[in-house]
Design a binder for this molecule. Sequence first.
Ligand code: GLP
Length: 255
Amino acid sequence: MPRFGSAEVTVARSREEAVLLVADLLEETIRTNPSLNLGTATGGTMEPIYAELARRVKQGKINLRNVNAFQLDEYFPITPTHPQSYSFFLREHLVKVAGLPLENLHVPNGAASNPAQACRDWEEILKKNPIDLQLLGVGLNGHVAFIEPRREPTRELPEIRTSLVELEEVTIRANSRFFKPGEAQPHTAITVGLGTLLERVNEFVLVAFGKEKSEVIARALLGEVNDLCPASYLREARGRVSFILDKEAARQITV
Ligand code: GLP
């Protein structure tokens, strides 16, 4: 398998095949460790993956009864009952259909009256519960979670812990497709920090589909490792890092 620093890259022939590869990896990991701490991501990329996971749960191949899920990020301010909250998304995609117990779902508190405290609390939660396997998507600007790129090619992000961040225009635009016309869309979010991820995660799986992600995948794997592209730091992560891509997302890298 081709490697880019720590990252092992698998290119599937299609999106469907990539989804099956990610599900296979999840199935195998859950079978080996049924009380896994799973780091979850949200977004369009994760929907078919969670659907396939739910299918395998229904088939009795695995169960999520003892899995604990820790979500990367949450809009702020937002209530957990808001259909666009990540808390709601995970209840729909993992609790309702895949049998993850509700009490095993952990999401940063997007409705906190004191967001700084909510961020400190999240750091404590991850300190007590290191993540065995972290699922990641990637934003068009190179973000993972809501860790937005900086404007200078500095290397400060690995020092940053969970915090309240301003979302970039491109992120707000990309995610506006999930909101109804006229529905208020938060411009800030609580996100795990890059430093937190690099320290607390044992294994990463970044998934990307479609040609619109091909440029950011090339930047993450072939560009400089710096704050201009948060996903590029995965090439320096300790432990196992897999990028699972469809052909379209991989079209600007030669594998
Ligand atoms: C959001 C999330 C990210 C996710 C990204 C890509 O911004 N905070 O965790 O990776 O969207 O989403 P999509 O899979 O919909 O392209």
